[in-house]
Design a protein around this ligand. Structure first.
Ligand SMILES: [Zn+2]
Length: 155
């Protein structure tokens, strides 16, 4: 499953940061998966929750934003917003589009528990329930339209 390997990559990023910055627990993991990244947000969240127990991510709130995709249309000479790499230009219907934004999956921010200071958490932060696969009740970011299965892979 593609998202499981993505989740593993994210965990490694978090582990590297933990080794560098000496924290042991993550309160909130904030990710950004662009509309053109090809990432299935539900599958990614599920995969992260599946690998979290026993890791730095155990109990962490997982927040995934999905910024819209943007692309440069050669014909129009302008930047347009698209939801999928398979979309035509919304202005001219052309397909000479070069994706310029919303193509990445990346870690935006980590809110950590560390030994020296209180967690930098938002006013609504709650301890996450333990042991469930359903995760904490939290608002999901707006879902972009799912790209077609034939859409290209993320870079
Ligand atoms: Zn166009």
């Amino acid at each position: 499953m593609h998202e499981l390997s993505l989740a593993g990559g994210i965990l490694r990023v978090v582990e590297d940061a933990a080794a560098r910055e000496r924290f042991r627990r993550v309160a909130q993991l904030h990710l950004e998966a662009g509309a053109l990244s090809g990432v299935d947000l539900h599958a990614l969240r599920f995969a992260l929750e599946a690998i979290a127990p026993g890791s730095l991510l155990e109990g962490a709130e997982i927040r995934i934003d999905a910024p819209p995709g943007s692309a440069w249309c050669l014909a129009c000479g302008t930047t347009v917003e698209i939801q999928s790499r398979a979309d035509p230009c919304p202005l001219c219907g052309g397909h000479q589009l070069q994706p310029t934004g919303g193509t990445e999956l990346r870690v935006v921010d980590l809110i950590v528990h560390d030994t020296n200071e209180a967690p930098r958490s938002g006013p609504e932060a709650q301890p996450a329930p333990r042991g469930g696969s359903s995760g904490p009740a939290e608002p999901d970011p707006p879902e972009p339209a799912q790209p077609p299965a034939a859409a290209s892979q993320p870079p």
